[in-house]
Design a binder for this molecule. Structure first.
Ligand code: ZN
Length: 216
């Protein structure tokens, strides 16, 4: 790619921003002046880094309404300091009421974790998805169609990441301190735009089993 093409790509963004500035200037509700002072979102969205699944556009929410963390395949890994820091800030400072783990059909990260190819350093990240595959290998391996296989793993992965969130010390402590906090799992169908609730909502650690019941 030549420097001219690079500049054209960047110009698209600069021009797009001019349109946004115009929109902000013409808004007479005062909300952008308010947002400039601080944020008070009620939702934390943990989604895939995929360019096709932007949190605000998909949910009809505006700037200031959703706190967002995205990584490859919307993973909640217990030792991931970036995810933990976002979670801690969202739960303990912003006091969000809902956390949504949002996967999507056609997820490249999930498809890659089913394949037996090596991709490089990302394999270490994909191993976390392979762990979910291992837990549900019997069900996944019984699906013949490669696309359906990956889509089922997308759903199972979302549920597993919801569980991972529930068992973090951050969520456990929030619940034991009486916080109103619900953790949901959803899957996006990019083709239709639908956000499909996976009915795996947790609002306390009561249903997590005795392994995650801590002594008071
Ligand atoms: Zn993805």
């Amino acid at each position: 790619m030549g420097i001219k093409e690079l500049e054209t790509g960047l110009n698209t963004i600069i021009e797009g921003n001019k349109g946004w500035m115009e929109f902000v200037k013409n808004d007479n509700t005062g909300r952008f002046q308010q947002l400039a002072k601080g944020q008070n979102p009620e939702i934390l969205w943990i989604g895939c880094a995929d360019s096709r699944v932007p949190a605000n556009e998909l949910t009809g929410t505006k700037p200031g309404e959703v706190f967002v963390h995205r990584n490859i395949a919307n993973m909640c890994v217990h030792s991931d300091m970036s995810m933990l820091s976002v979670l801690d800030y969202a739960v303990n400072v912003l006091k969000v009421k809902h956390i949504i783990v949002a996967g999507h059909y056609g997820c490249g990260g999930v498809a890659a974790s089913i394949s037996r190819k090596q991709y490089g350093i990302i394999d270490n990240w994909l191993s976390h998805i392979k762990d979910v595959y291992r837990l549900h290998a019997e069900e996944i391996d019984n699906i013949e169609d490669q696309e359906k296989k990956a889509d089922r793993l997308v759903e199972l992965n979302v549920k597993e990441q919801v569980l991972n969130l529930c068992t973090t010390s951050i969520v456990q402590n929030a619940w034991s301190n009486g916080a109103d906090l619900a953790i949901h799992g959803m899957v996006i169908n990019i083709g239709t735009g639908e956000l499909i609730n996976q009915d795996c909502t947790f609002t306390s650690n009561d249903s997590l089993g005795k392994v995650f019941q801590y002594a008071k």
